[in-house]
Ligand binder design. Structure first.
Ligand code: ADP
Ligand code: MG
Length: 292
């Protein structure tokens, strides 16, 4: 690979809003056989809205929503923004929060309104010993509609089931089709619930799906995709994606995502649009073809 053609290639990419942080990434992307993508914020807008809120028996909707919104006001997660916005709109001022802790890929815990509160996935609730059985069937139903279910626990008991819906990026389906047309295997790696992930993947034409993954689970999934198909590029936006971005043969960050993701990546899609991903692949192939 001549330095000049790499400079030309990375320069062209930059004009299109694709930042190659080193020339080596151009070659690595050309060699990739798999494009694995995070779901939330990568294939979807990452601007979910709260669409369902079901209090558990014994809890009032307004109280539970205010507590959930207050805790989530401290979190950077897109789900958190959706919950806080809804709580502010419906319940007004939010109570004070202390002892806030975030567990990437799981959820959050804090003290609020004199109670111990936790929000997160079913796994988060299992970890905390909270029985989700009273609302588990409802959660499955909502996930089957492509919504992401999130549980709220208050003082160790199930307080509510929330669901957020996050629109798929308008260009995502076409981008997946374009990558597949170039012979690439396209996979989705997500921390979200399996049923939700399956519905979203099906609507995008993605066949390989691994769901309910922790940040290290995404790294492991990259390893198994690599063993099955060859070098893997991973595209992600979140704090939870940083380990996978660093471990992938090529890490590609959504430029509008978190700073940690951008810093862990080899390539940055500045606008966040997935058309940039297709252009990056095309450019990497064109540049390397010129060199040979
Ligand atoms: P993704 O891979 O889809 O971007 P994450 O790894 O960020 O998902 O999160 C995985 C799951 O953990 C979410 O679907 C949600 O159930 C839970 N979770 C993470 N952070 C939060 C939070 N701040 N509030 C509620 N749930 C959360
Ligand atoms: Mg994400």
């Amino acid at each position: 690979a001549t330095p000049v053609s790499i400079m030309v290639g990375t320069g062209r990419a930059a004009e299109r809003g694709v930042l190659f942080r080193q020339g080596a990434a151009l070659q690595a992307l050309q060699e990739a056989r798999v494009i694995a993508l995070d779901k939330t914020g990568t294939l979807t807008e990452g601007r979910p809205r709260l669409v369902d809120f079901l209090p558990a028996p014994g809890f009032s909707r307004d109280e539970a929503l205010a507590l959930a919104g207050a805790v989530e006001a401290r979190s950077e997660h897109p789900i958190a923004r959706a919950v806080t916005e809804a709580a502010r709109a419906e319940t007004g001022a939010l109570p004070e929060v202390s002892a806030f802790e975030a567990m990437p890929g799981h959820g959050v815990t804090a003290r609020v309104g004199g109670r111990a509160a936790a929000l997160g996935s079913r796994r988060q609730m299992e970890r905390l010993g909270v029985d989700v059985a009273p609302l588990a069937a409802e959660a499955e139903r909502l996930a089957g509609e492509g919504k992401s279910p999130v549980y709220l626990a208050l003082d160790g008991r199930l307080g509510a089931l929330l669901a957020v819906a996050d629109p798929i990026k308008p260009e995502a389906r076409e981008a997946v089709a374009a990558l597949r047309a170039r012979g690439l295997t396209v996979a989705m790696l997500t921390g979200d619930a399996d049923a939700t992930a399956q519905v979203v993947a099906r609507s995008l034409g993605i066949e390989e799906v691994r769901a309910e993954l922790l940040p290290e689970g995404k790294v492991e999934a990259l390893g198994s995709l690599r063993a099955a198909h060859g070098p893997v590029a991973f595209v992600g936006d979140g704090i939870n994606d940083a380990p996978a971005l660093a471990q992938a043969d090529v890490g590609i960050a959504i430029g509008t995502g978190t700073d940690v993701a951008v810093e862990s990546a080899d390539v940055v899609l500045m606008s966040g649009a997935l058309t940039g991903l297709v252009e990056a692949v095309a450019l990497s192939r064109a540049t390397m073809a010129n060199i040979r």
